[in-house]
Design a protein around this ligand. Structure first.
Ligand code: COA
Length: 461
């Protein structure tokens, strides 16, 4: 599915704006280098590619067939795909179990089983795998490469988030639309991504599991979590939200408390909104795992430091009480009215050199395990200059395994500086709380791994 040698698009159309057209166009334009076979009995060629009247007339093996024709025609075409020896059916078409057409979906699964095919969908917008330059969706084209695999049970929201990740410069290894999950589900995909060298973080929008698969979810996801971080938004938390889920993908939203327990047992990190999902994903995608809990906050604004301190306390982050010698070292980086207690307050008159020195001390001190760096826009310190200096220090200490998360607060030029930091793999947020919460999740995962890896070691002993 992710590295196919050939893809057929059944329902490829010459008409822009039709789904079969747009998927084909995305495949071609995004740069997929395998063989592409449009299938449509009414046309001879499209974008210089020969079109075939049916999948059976393609004189080559087909690994993946993308189906974008109306529901009533899907079963007979699936049968043909089976005869052809297709391995994966990607069924874009809606009109199956999500609208009560349960029998048609069961028959689709039956046909696939008969021929040993796997099904993604139906009722999906497709999938992307950036290492193969494969964009088989009717969503935005220019998905940025990276190491976050995004699995979504929602279609339109998933497409919207594709665009959002482009705007926010979030790099992805993959996007997979799950739809009705007649066959391939989020657990199996996560297991694939757990082994995928191009994926570091699995981010998921989840509405519900297949009925009866809760135990399976916990056991198998726990094994995934020992290899890759999994971050999940579980929608349908409220009573009315759960009803909306039932009529959307037909999944069981279930009791939110049960999901919460299942996520905790599996070591899955829960996000409570889209912003959190990608905030955490960005942190996990770019930062090393913590080697301990003690965290230092470096700031030029007392208020920002206090906000970050509150957020740290609320989110279970242990703020370091620096030793006298460490405080002495920090004291040399600030004017006499600064503070060398944690938060390290370099004061509003801080310039690049103050930040650089404080950061170097934090990187070098074995007392400090994690760094939160805050910056409030002041006229004495240009944000981009500071951003460049932070990247420079980070690169000099690239062998030191210490997470650093930044918050830059201010106007337009602060946004540019934040982009610069993000592009250089330093997760940067517009408010301190988002940086702190993201670090809290890194620490939560560190605790989970520590507990479970140690447990399994004891068992072996
Ligand atoms: N083999 C190959 N091509 C076929 C075919 C067959 N058996 N039967 C029809 N076609 C062609 C049609 O002639 C048409 O091509 P044309 O534009 O050149 O005429 C093309 O396939 C598409 O068929 P059409 O009948 O025009 O369907 P459509 O494009 O209006 O709708 C779907 C097809 C799949 C898009 C639609 O049924 C659907 O399910 N839409 C919802 C998809 C969705 O939202 N998914 C979930 C996203 S989250």
């Amino acid at each position: 599915m992710f590295q196919p040698r050939s893809i057929a698009i059944i329902g490829a159309s010459k008409k822009p704006g039709k789904i079969g057209h747009d998927i084909l166009k995305n495949l071609i334009d995004y740069g997929y280098s395998g063989r592409i076979y449009p299938v449509n009995p009414n046309i001879d060629e499209i974008y210089g590619l020969k079109s075939y009247p049916s999948i059976l007339s393609i004189p080559d093996e087909v690994d993946v067939a993308i189906i974008a024709i109306p529901a009533e025609k899907v079963l007979s075409v699936a049968e043909e795909c089976g005869i052809k020896g297709v391995k994966i059916l990607v069924v874009i078409t809606s009109g199956f179990s999500e609208v009560g057409n349960v029998d048609a979906e069961a028959n689709l699964v039956k046909i696939a089983k008969k021929y040993g095919m796997r099904i993604l969908g139906p009722n999906i917008f497709g999938y992307v795998y950036t290492p193969s330059k494969l964009n088989a969706t009717f969503g935005p084209r220019e998905v940025l490469g990276g190491n976050i695999a995004f699995i979504t049970q929602s279609g339109a929201l998933g497409i919207a988030l594709m665009g959002w990740t482009i705007m926010e410069e979030i790099g992805l290894s993959s996007i997979v639309s799950l739809g009705n999950m007649s066959d391939i589900d989020m657990i199996e995909l996560s297991e694939y991504f757990a082994e995928d060298p191009n994926t570091k973080v699995i981010a998921m929008y989840l509405e519900g599991l297949k009925p009866g698969s809760g135990k399976d979810f916990v056991e198998r996801m726990r094994r995934v979590v020992l290899k890759k971080t999994v971050i999940v938004i579980k929608a349908g938390r409220s009573e009315r939200g759960a009803l909306a889920v039932a009529s959307h993908t037909g999944s069981l939203a279930g009791s939110d408390m049960l999901y919460d327990v299942a996520f905790k047992q599996a070591g899955v990190i829960r996000a409570y909104g889209i912003e959190e999902l990608f905030d955490y994903s960005r942190a996990f995608a770019t930062q090393p795992l913590p080697q301990g809990e003690e965290t230092i906050i470096i700031t030029n604004g007392g208020g920002a430091g206090v906000m970050a301190t509150d957020a740290a306390e609320e989110n279970g982050i242990k703020l370091l009480n620096p030793s006298d010698s460490l405080r002495e070292a920090f004291r040399k980086t600030m004017p006499w009215f600064g503070s060398s207690k944690n938060p390290i307050d370099l004061t509003g008159q801080a310039v690049v050199e103050n930040y650089v020195e404080a950061l170097e001390i934090a990187y070098e001190s074995p007392e400090v395990k994690n760094i939160i760096l805050l910056y409030c826009r002041t006229s004495v310190l240009d944000p981009l200059e500071l951003a460049k200096a932070i990247v420079d220090v980070k690169n000099r200490y690239r062998d030191v395994s210490k997470p650093i998360l930044v918050s830059m607060i201010g106007g337009i030029d602060v946004k540019e500086a934040s982009k610069y930091l993000n592009r250089n793999n330093i997760p940067t947020y517009p408010i301190p709380e988002r940086a702190v919460k993201s670090l809290a999740k890194l620490i939560e995962y560190y605790r989970f791994l520590k507990k479970h890896k140690l447990e399994s070691l004891t068992r072996v002993a």
